[in-house]
Design a protein around this ligand. Structure first.
Ligand code: TXA
Ligand code: MG
Length: 333
């Protein structure tokens, strides 16, 4: 059993401030004071706090209800800062940073003492990335440090791709949210571990493994099955309230006639599903990824008891989408 941080429903909390592009100085002031501020990125919204401040980072775990041994990703303003967060850097990490940052790639590398121990749950490594979102890059430059940020949802729930999604999960539990519009990638970053051994994939995401292998000129190992590596990677995750079932196109068309009234289908057009029970997503994986989390939240909001999903079959982000769908459909704890 992992320990969950104590939930304190009775603790008085101020309302969550909603900030816009003109309020970055307020966001910096809050972050310097040790507060939690949700920030937009190209993948999903993150719940940020000062990565060098253990007390601030503790507020992230508390707001999310996340076990404190699940390490957080540190967001930095540019690839040039990488060596100050990791002293013993593999040259391959430098090559990946130069080629793909800003972008949806997290590098797990040996950490420097600049990272608060609480940020990484006591590990000797740290996940680092430069997010590809102008507003957040400007915030990081003004802040001048690193921002620890997991996805800005309650633990185990669907990640947020708009400021409204963040507030739906965390209003009153966090100090502020910076509204930077909808996320353009829609699924989390790809995580690659480089700690001495071969480059290892810990989570597929917004950057394809093929692109990473092309930069490295070598094969990336799939580390998802090795238990020791799977830090906080649980079978059930990204889960809406409704149960989730994955089917292929012909099954969906066959079932459309017999669907229970409280079932909602997420998938391509022309499935023969009544429009009020069908959330249409393109069959290209990148477009599917961009709208997937919104679709899951919309299905919950429509009162679905079951969500039937027809996954995309083509495109660079197929692996990332299938990974998230498998976790959304996994048995709940
Ligand atoms: O796109 C993203 O990566 C988003 C945005 C906000 O940047 N962040 C995100 O964070 O998805 P989170 O905390 O929801 O997922 C990060 C995953 C976790 O499963 C965590 O266990 C793993 O990355 N992770 C972070 N640091 C690690 C480390 N040092 N070693 C192994 N796994 C690590
Ligand atoms: Mg998450």
């Amino acid at each position: 059993m992992v320990a969950l941080p104590a939930d304190q429903p009775d603790r008085p909390r101020a309302a969550t401030e909603r900030l816009g592009p003109g309020d970055l100085d307020r966001a910096v002031e809050l972050l310097r004071s040790g507060a939690t501020v949700a920030i937009p990125t190209e993948t999903v919204y993150g719940l940020a706090a000062d990565a060098s401040n253990a007390a601030a980072v503790g507020r992230i775990f508390e707001a999310k209800g996340r076990p404190t041994d699940h390490p957080l990703i540190v967001h930095i303003a540019g690839a040039d800062d990488l060596e100050s967060w990791s002293h013993t850097l593999d040259p391959r990490a430098r090559a990946l940073a130069d080629a793909h940052w800003p972008g949806p790639l997290t590098l797990v590398v040996p950490r420097s003492e600049r990272v608060a121990v609480a940020t990484v749950g006591g590990r000797s490594s740290v996940g680092i990335r430069v997010p590809d979102h102008e507003l957040t890059l400007e915030l990081l430059r003004r802040f001048g440090g690193g921002l620890a940020a997991p996805s800005a949802n309650r633990f185990g729930h669907v990640s947020p791709t708009t400021a409204d999604h963040v507030l739906a999960d965390l209003d009153g539990r966090i100090d502020a949210v910076v509204d930077g519009g909808p996320c353009t990638v829609g699924v989390e970053s790809t995580i690659i571990e480089l700690v001495g051994g071969p480059p290892t994939l810990l989570r597929p995401g917004g950057l394809s493994v093929a692109d990473i292998e092309a930069t490295l000129g070598e094969v990336v190992l799939d580390g998802r099955t090795t238990e020791s590596r799977a830090a906080g990677m649980l079978a059930s995750h990204y889960a809406p309230k409704a149960s989730v079932r994955i089917v292929d196109t012909s099954d969906a068309i066959g079932e459309a006639r017999v669907l229970a009234p409280n079932t909602i289908v997420i998938g391509p057009e022309a499935l023969g599903v009544p429009p009020q029970r069908h959330i249409q997503l393109a069959s290209d994986a990148a477009s599917f990824a961009r709208h997937l989390y919104r679709a899951l939240r919309d299905a919950d909001a429509a009162g679905a008891a079951e969500i039937v999903i027809v996954p995309p079959t083509t495109g660079a982000l197929v692996d990332a989408v299938l990974d998230r769908l498998a976790k959304a459909a996994a048995p709940r704890p």
